[in-house]
Design a protein around this ligand. Structure first.
Ligand SMILES: Nc1ncnc2c1ncn2[C@@H]1O[C@H](COP(=O)(O)OP(=O)(O)OP(=O)(O)O)[C@@H](O)[C@H]1O
Ligand SMILES: [Mg+2]
Length: 247
C-alpha cells in the first residue's frame, strides 16, 4: 500500500466538520478515483493528504495518514512534497508571468537529477501535451483554460511525484479536451508508474482509467468498488446519500 488514509476526521476553523470519517487505500501504480457531489469533501481529502489544510485553517482532528508505510499527517506540506506527494489543486495555479517552458522548469527545481535527465523529461511533457511545445515561449497567463490545465499537470509531473493528487483536472474544459487530458493522465500512469488519486465530478471520464473508485457523500465513503461493479449500479443513489454500502 503506497497510501493509507485511516479514519480521518477534518474540521475547518474548529467548527465546520468537512470530513466525518474517511478511509482510502491505494496500491503502488494504481489510479484511484474520488467521486461525489459538490461539498462532499473530495478536495478536503486531497488537502489533508498533501498537508495543505493548514493554509485554510483546516485540521485533521482524528485518524492517521500513512505514505509508503510512514505516518505523514503531522508533517508539513513541503516535507510531504519532498517525500513524493504532489497536489494539482482546483483552479490553475501557474506562475502567470512566466512562459510555458519556465513553468515546466520550475517544476523540476526540487529534483537532484542532472540537466540532461531534466531536459529529457521536458521533451516527454511535450509528447504528452504537444500544444505546450507550440506555446513554449508564450507567457502562461495568455494560454486557454485547457492549455493552462495541461501545463499545471505537466509542471507537477516535472516534480516526478510518487503520488499525484489531481483535483478535477477536467473542470471547465470542452468535452473533447477533457477526454484528452484524462487519457494523457492514464498514459503518464502507465509509462512513468506514477500512482494517482484523481478527484472527478465526471464519473464517466474517470472510471474507465481507474483501478478502484470511492464515492464520497457528506464527508464519508458511501461506496468503494471497482469500475466494473460501478457500471452495473445507479450511482446517483450513492451520490445523493440515499444509499451507503457497508464498508
Ligand atoms: N476553507 C474552508 N473553510 C471552511 N469550510 C470549508 C473550506 N473548504 C471547504 N469547506 C467546507 O467543507 C465541505 C467539503 O468541501 P470540499 O471542498 O472538500 O468539497 P468537494 O467535494 O471538493 O466539493 P466540489 O465538488 O464542489 O469541489 C463543504 O461543506 C465546504 O463548504
Ligand atoms: Mg472540490
Amino acid at each position: 500500500m503506497i497510501l493509507d488514509v485511516k479514519d480521518i476526521e477534518v474540521y475547518y476553523n474548529n467548527v465546520i466538520l468537512a470530513i466525518e470519517d474517511i478511509n482510502i487505500s491505494i496500491e503502488q501504480g494504481q489510479i484511484v478515483s474520488l467521486l461525489g457531489a459538490n461539498g462532499a469533501g473530495k478536495s478536503t481529502c486531497l488537502k489533508a493528504i498533501s498537508g495543505l489544510l493548514e493554509v485554510e485553517k483546516g485540521r485533521v482532528t482524528r485518524g492517521e495518514i500513512y505514505f509508503e508505510g510512514k505516518r505523514v499527517d503531522q508533517l508539513g506540506a513541503i516535507e510531504r512534497v519532498k517525500s513524493g506527494i504532489c497536489l494539482v489543486a482546483e483552479g490553475r495555479q501557474l506562475l502567470k508571468t512566466l512562459t510555458v517552458e519556465e513553468n515546466l522548469k520550475v517544476g523540476s527545481l526540487i529534483r537532484k537529477d542532472s540537466a540532461s535527465v531534466i531536459k529529457d523529461d521536458l521533451e516527454r511533457m511535450y509528447t504528452y501535451f504537444p500544444i505546450l511545445k507550440q506555446r513554449a515561449k508564450q507567457v502562461s497567463e495568455t494560454l486557454s483554460g485547457g492549455e493552462q490545465q495541461m501545463l499545471v499537470i505537466a509542471r507537477t509531473i516535472m516534480m516526478r511525484p510518487k503520488l499525484l493528487l489531481l483535483d478535477e483536472p477536467s473542470l471547465g474544459l470542452a468535452p473533447l479536451i477533457a477526454a484528452a487530458v484524462i487519457s494523457e493522465i492514464h498514459r503518464i500512469n502507465q509509462e512513468l508508474g506514477t500512482t494517482i488519486l484523481l478527484v472527478e465530478q465526471n464519473a464517466a471520464l474517470a472510471l474507465p482509467i481507474s483501478n478502484k473508485a470511492y464515492i464520497i457523500t457528506n464527508g464519508r465513503v458511501a461506496l468503494c468498488s471497482t469500475p466494473e461493479e460501478m457500471k452495473k449500479i445507479d450511482l446517483r443513489d450513492y451520490y445523493l446519500g440515499r444509499k451507503r454500502a457497508a464498508i
